[in-house]
Design a protein around this ligand. Structure first.
Ligand code: NDP
Length: 322
């Protein structure tokens, strides 16, 4: 049986390590680290993500504030809100939940966030720091996956890693982090000529395509480590039976709720071929929230210790990478 790489277990380890850092930050400053979350409109999936993030803050003793501008809000309104949060000394992290409605210019909003408070790690300054291997706030999902690999002592240096997906928030930063950890990295995408053949080369396969069960047995080298980032909801009964025919619990759950979650990797095939894999749910998802908490604490500490009074980038030039 392959090893199951539990994101929940790693999440607990990350959160546990943050507790004394939060306590010591409070002692030094008289306040907890602070996170502001902006959710524009009422996207139901985004509402769940934001609720989980705020809940994680509460459980950990991080101060959080939530802003919920209406669906019809303008770029200018969001930019002004971000600018006001940039100026707030008690707010260390600013998160703008994506996706934004079409009329809001997401790039302009991201560019407005003070890079020292950019806890999602999406600002071009932080992405540039990542490219050059310098300290900065890293995108949460790939940073969490690196923590998972460390936690389970999965060797990366010298290994052949394949990343399926090249988004700015998962695929590209994931490939860069694996490269910095000395893997030989291939990035695949929707125009890759023979995806299965590329994937089959991988000792470590990370899949972030957003396509349910895209990766089947012929993509997986026997014994490979498979990290499944995808979260897809399947509502078609025949498809659920094809994916989970051997898992009565999933079928029962489908009967009750009308849907089940599946990753980008076929759940049966990965069990048969991989040496270790992350389940969906319970794999990568919990890591993303844990790393958001870690980035908020990191941002708070750096602003306290190293940045100039204006909260400028000065402190980012020193210190160890996150
Ligand atoms: P995007 O849609 O931004 O990017 C998807 C990438 O996958 C693109 O680069 C696309 O290629 C590639 N792709 C799509 N279809 C194929 C295909 N058939 N073959 C090869 N490559 C393909 O998605 P994200 O990166 O934002 O997210 C990916 C998945 O991860 C989603 O399911 C999302 O819900 C999930 N996710 C989960 C998180 C978690 O915490 N667990 C956090 C973030 C995301 P191209 O560039 O050519 O279009």
């Amino acid at each position: 049986m392959p090893e199951i790489l539990s994101g929940k277990e790693v999440q607990q380890a990350i959160l546990h390590q943050l507790q004394p850092r939060i306590a010591s930050f409070r002692e030094s400053t008289g306040r907890p680290p602070g996170l502001a979350v902006i959710l524009v409109g009422h996207n139901p999936a985004s509402q769940i993500y934001v609720r989980n993030k705020v809940k994680a803050c509460q459980e950990l003793g991080i101060y959080s504030e939530q802003y919920n501008p209406p669906e019809t809000t303008t770029t200018e309104d969001v930019v002004q809100l971000v600018e006001s949060l940039n100026r707030r000394p008690d707010i260390d992290g600013i998160l703008v939940q994506m996706p934004l409605p079409a009329q809001v210019d997401a790039q302009r909003v991201i560019l407005t966030i003070d890079p020292a408070k950019d806890v999602d790690g999406f600002h071009p300054y932080n992405l540039g720091q990542l490219v050059s291997g310098r300290p900065g706030l890293r995108p949460c999902t790939p940073a969490g996956i690196m923590r998972l690999l460390e936690h389970y002592r999965i060797p990366v240096a010298g290994k052949k890693a394949v990343v399926i997906g090249r988004s700015d928030i998962v695929g590209k930063p994931m490939a860069l982090m694996l490269l910095h950890a000395h893997a030989t990295v291939t990035i695949c995408h929707s125009r890759t000529a023979d995806l299965a053949a590329e994937a089959r080369q991988a000792d470590l396969l990370v899949v972030a395509a957003g396509k349910p069960a895209l990766v089947t047995a012929e993509f997986i080298k026997p014994g490979a480590v498979v990290v499944d980032v995808g979260i897809n909801r399947v509502t078609d009964r025949a498809r659920v039976e094809e994916l989970f025919g051997d898992d009565p619990d999933k079928l029962t759950s489908f009967e009750k709720t009308g849907s089940v979650l599946v990753g980008d990797v076929h759940p049966r095939d990965v069990r048969q071929r991989a040496g270790a894999y992350t389940p969906v749910p319970g794999g990568v998802g919990p890591l993303t929230i844990a790393m958001l908490m870690a980035n908020t604490v990191e941002a708070a500490e750096r602003r306290l210790c190293k940045c100039s009074a204006s909260g400028s980038l000065a402190g980012w030039q020193q210190g160890s990478p996150t």
